[in-house]
Design a protein around this ligand. Structure first.
Ligand code: HEC
Ligand code: HEC
Length: 221
């Protein structure tokens, strides 16, 4: 119980911090997604795979390129293999400790939405070194059947294609999710202080479409 109060206290503290910063005019409701440090890595265009004549080999090579996004910490941090989200490029367990709860939205008292709003919120001058709090209207943890952490790219690929594990989606719907989903898009606009996923969501979506068009083959392993 003391633990719970301590955790709730952290939530309140962060809330007050954001609020007081907002009153001082120092929190931007929308953060352009600037990263401090390393710029985003690039993605190859679909045309770069044209020289691979065999459609299956081309499909796998295209998926491996898209895998640079799928296995980037911006995505993996929300697709953990246990009940706790991860944070930062080092993929450390979420601080303060939060858990997925019954609907992947947090446990009562520590719901994701307590701290994560509909958009990134910039925090200036905070001592903990956190430059922004990520946000999206749909911010919550990916279900356990969609866990990617610790899995090979081939295993992630097979899982994406399996309706029993991908939320009952068709392959077309999965590709559409990658190309257009707003929460997926957060990966390229992750807020100040976070490195974006490689390339752009448009490029990632184009790779996903080309993967489907070439038979949606998976890497081995
Ligand atoms: C008490 C406030 C609080 C709660 C509750 C909370 N978070 Fe966070 N979360 C934060 C803060 C602050 C950060 C930024 C930390 C940083 O960048 O080092 C963060 C960062 C994250 C990140 C890291 C993004 C990245 O790629 O680095 C993920 C993922 C995340 N939260 C998911 C969740 C999920 C899912 C829930 C609900 C189960 C949740 N959070 C609940 C405060 C909270
Ligand atoms: C804030 C947490 C969060 C982040 C960050 C996140 N996801 Fe997800 N992801 C989810 C949730 C939740 C679902 C379940 C579907 C839904 O509710 O939108 C999901 C589902 C998916 C699915 C569909 C199904 C499946 O079988 O896995 C794909 C594909 C996906 N995410 C891709 C990505 C990519 C690519 C990134 C990074 C660019 C990313 N996600 C970042 C939370 C997240």
């Amino acid at each position: 119980m003391a633990r719970f109060h301590q955790m709730a206290g952290v939530a309140v503290a962060i809330g007050i911090l954001a609020l007081s910063a907002a009153m001082a005019g120092r929190v931007a409701s929308q953060d352009g997604g600037e990263a401090a440090g390393a710029p985003a890595a690039l993605l190859k265009a679909v045309s770069a795979f044209d020289p691979i004549a065999d459609p299956k080999a081309r499909s796998i090579a295209i998926f491996e390129e898209a895998g640079k996004v799928l296995q980037h910490p911006r995505c993996l941090n929300c697709h953990p293999a246990n009940d706790r989200p991860l944070q930062t490029m080092r993929m450390i367990p979420h601080e303060p400790p939060v858990f997925r709860g019954p609907d992947n939205m947090g446990a009562p008292g520590m719901m994701c939405g307590t701290c994560h709003g509909p958009a990134n919120v910039r925090v200036v001058g905070q001592s903990a070194g956190i430059q922004s709090i990520p946000g999206d209207p749909n911010w919550h943890l990916a279900p356990l059947t969609m866990a990617w952490v610790g899995k090979s790219l081939g295993a992630i690929c097979a899982q994406l294609k399996d309706p029993a594990r991908n939320g009952g989606k068709s392959l077309e719907a999965i590709v559409e999710h990658m190309a257009g989903d707003h929460l997926v898009g957060w990966g390229w606009h992750p807020g100040k202080g976070r490195e974006p996923a490689p390339g752009t969501q448009q490029q990632f979506g184009d790779l996903a479409k080309a993967w489907l068009a070439t038979g949606a083959h998976c890497p081995a392993g």
